[in-house]
Design a protein around this ligand. Structure first.
Ligand code: FES
Length: 127
């Protein structure tokens, strides 16, 4: 069996939502100290709906695929739903990740949560 699913390869080769949102409502950056990979998520939120989301990932293929899939999963969704996104859901949507690459999907969940936290803080609200 191939180490990576076709979905992982597809999102790695053709990542969705790569880029920056200049006037983002929330930004979250996280890193993994062990592998050194960094992920940054930008959110544009209107009426509590995630209107746009972009990411910049300096990392491995699984981290890029996880960022791409995670952004697809929250785009157009209410903030409340984005808050419940788990790394397992991201990995599942990618048809799985090898065990030693699961932490790459954890990075995607953490970056989104951090960006949402930033959004709440900018609004003067608590998460
Ligand atoms: Fe660390 Fe993929 S190896 S995020």
């Amino acid at each position: 069996m191939a180490l990576y699913s076709e979905k992982v390869m597809d999102h790695f080769r053709n990542p969705r939502n790569v880029g920056v949102i200049e006037d983002a409502d929330g930004i979250g950056e996280v890193g993994n100290a062990k592998c050194g990979d960094i992920m940054k998520i930008y959110l544009k939120i209107e009426n509590d709906i995630i209107k746009d989301v972009k990411f910049e990932t300096f990392g491995c293929g699984s981290a890029i695929a996880s960022s791409s899939m995670a952004t697809e999963l929250i785009k157009g969704k209410p903030v409340s739903e984005a808050l419940t996104l788990t790394n397992q859901a991201v990995a599942q949507a990618l048809d799985g990740l090898p065990a030693h690459k699961l932490h790459c999907s954890v990075l995607a969940e953490a970056a989104i949560k951090k960006a949402l936290q930033d959004y709440y803080e900018k609004k003067g609200l608590k998460l």
